[in-house]
Design a protein. Sequence first.
Length: 85
Amino acid sequence: MSNEPSGAGWRTFAYYAQHMNSGRCALYDYGDRENKRIYGTSEPPLVPLQDYAVPSALFSGSLDALGDPVDVAWLAEQIKPFVVF
């Protein structure tokens, strides 16, 4: 991990860790109190992938420390019409 997360802020890395720890593809978790204020619930809602409409290229590899091929395949299935590569 000496080169990860190259160019990323701490909140991006924290968000990635939230996904890994929860097993959910959810919006950023600010904690119960802030989640209630921002989202109206104590738990952050799932990322609204049904609203995703951006042509995207997805890349991963067997030696990729962060972009696991299984996770990338799952995401590709969720946004299938917009995967261009």
